[in-house]
Write a protein that binds this ligand. Structure first.
Ligand SMILES: Cc1ncc(COP(=O)(O)O)c(C=O)c1O
Length: 489
């Protein structure tokens, strides 16, 4: 006796796979298989079992074998039998712990850390639901029918106009709606710029050329995810060392471009010094190269004067890229590129052939959200909230770990704690042991960058602490836990 698919979906809407391989005769094998199916949740409470005859035919066993097996399981309380409604799985059968824990074949969900101080996300609980809903409603009500037809790869005009006004006013970007291309965020922008397109493919069907090509200088500390994305697109990334004034743009050489986070170096936290901002634009002009400006959290500045966009220095040499991932939510997948004129056509050609477009209704909602002033209000409110969070972190460290220097706190949603040389790994281990999740600086280092021992003090051992996401009631405990795992003086 082997196994059989009992397919009675037409009658009761479920398929059941029974394995009758247990020793001890057919009846025992069938009883055991049914018990197992109930226990592990494949047969849910209330499920109707097939009639004796059809199950017997399907399994190649005698009708009485099925009848006896059902009767035994009814007697044990696994099944119930009622005149007119057939035999069903009993309601009160407790599925086994395995069945309640996770569906079959799914790995068990890892338990999260007790205190999550990883950088990366804004406070999800502060998403401005009411204001967004109001914008969404207005956008939907006011949208002409053509909105629901095929879209424009550049993105909705309404959003590009709202962004042009906002970016000029708030970030000093020289923006024209015709130079703005809406995308799904920074990562998508990188793909559009560096991945070879197909529309411009050669006659032999090979990949077409990309809008931009490497080698590309990147800050020696940055998001590995972005570096890997570039590598996958065939772009060689070259690390550019950092010091207290930001990226060493004086070290730029024959690269075709440079990717920078000038407003708030990610992750070390400082702004690019004014002379370097000018110098990098001069370099790009001299070498016919391009500067990619990642303005990921430019809205969140606290103590220092606003740092405007480098793009304002030369819109023909700088691609300015932003998104709502830090200011509103990374779940919206909405971002933008402000492009030099000569790249607009190429980016639109690549974008036109890819399916990753931002939803038109979300684009129109964001346009309304910005134009109505709700975006400015939200950013101001979040700036105050994050500043309070930042202040509490700085105060806790001053009180409990005054020997640990905290840097990169004038802007953004994370801070960098400087550690004594050689202590980063052990501190991270101690933190993990205590249920505190955070990242070390080493995690962000370019694989070809010098080791911290040779590097500038600005990038030696350190912790990157995100302070935006722990819930308010748990933030104090998270700070206590953090201070407790820091190395002693
Ligand atoms: C350095 C950096 N750049 C860009 C982004 C934004 O990425 P995206 O727009 O793809 O969500 C982030 C994260 O929010 C980031 O940390």
């Amino acid at each position: 006796m082997g196994e059989s698919w009992v397919n009675y979906a037409e009658r009761v809407g479920v398929d059941l796979h029974l394995e009758l391989s247990a020793p001890g005769g057919r009846r025992a094998a069938l009883t055991g298989a049914l018990r197992e199916a109930v226990r592990d949740g494949r047969l849910a409470p209330g499920t109707r079992l097939p009639p004796y005859r059809s199950l017997a035919a399907d399994l190649g066993v005698a009708r009485n074998t099925v009848a006896d097996a059902y009767a035994e399981l009814v007697a044990e309380g696994w099944l119930t039998a009622r005149q007119g409604s057939g035999t069903r799985v009993a309601d009160r059968v407790e599925p086994s712990r395995a069945a309640t824990r996770a569906p079959r074949k799914m790995p068990p969900r890892a338990r999260g850390p007790r205190h999550d101080l990883r950088q990366g996300s804004p406070d999800a609980s502060s998403f401005p639901r009411a204001a967004w809903l109001a914008s969404y409603r207005r956008a939907l009500q006011g949208a002409p029918s053509e909105v629901f037809g095929p879209g424009d790869p550049a993105g909705r005009r309404e959003l590009r106009e709202a962004l042009a006004e906002y970016l000029a006013r708030a970030r000093g970007v020289r923006a024209d709606p015709g130079r703005i291309v809406i995308c799904s965020g920074f990562a998508h922008a990188l793909r559009l710029l560096f991945e070879p397109g197909h529309a411009k493919a050669t006659a032999r069907g090979g990949p077409g050329s990309a809008v931009l090509r490497g080698p590309l200088a990147v800050e020696a500390y940055g998001l590995g995810f972005h570096r890997r994305l570039l590598t996958a697109a065939g772009v060689r990334t070259v690390p550019l060392s950092l010091d207290e004034d930001g990226a060493r743009v004086d070290l730029l050489g024959r690269e075709r471009g440079v990717l920078l986070t000038p407003a708030h170096q990610f992750p070390t936290g400082g702004p690019l010094h004014a002379t370097r901002r000018a110098a990098v634009v001069d370099w790009a002009r001299a070498r016919d190269a391009v500067v990619l400006e990642d303005d990921y959290d430019g809205e969140f500045r606290y103590d220092r004067k606003p740092v405007g966009a480098v793009q304002g220095l030369d819109p023909e040499r700088v691609v300015h890229i932003g998104s709502v991932s830090k200011s509103l939510s990374p779940a919206l997948r909405l971002g933008w590129m402000v492009l030099p004129e000569r790249y607009v056509e190429g980016v639109l050609a690549v974008k036109g052939e890819r399916e990753a477009w931002a939803s038109v209704l979300d684009q129109l909602s964001l346009a309304d959200f910005i134009a109505s002033g709700a975006y400015d209000r939200h950013v101001r409110r979040m700036r105050q909230q994050y500043r309070r969070r930042r202040d509490r972190l700085v105060e806790a460290l001053a009180e409990h770990a005054p020997h640990v220097e905290v840097t990169g706190v004038a802007a953004g949603l994370h801070a960098v704690l400087r550690l004594p040389p050689g202590t980063e790994r052990s501190t991270l281990k101690a933190a993990a042991w205590q249920g505190v999740a955070l990242d070390g600086l080493a995690e962000f280092r370019h694989p070809e960058e010098r080791t911290p021992e040779d590097a500038d003090p600005a990038v030696r051992d350190g912790l990157v602490v995100g302070y935006a996401t722990p819930p308010e009631h748990a933030y104090g405990a998270a700070l206590d836990a953090l201070c407790a795992v820091l190395p002693p003086p």
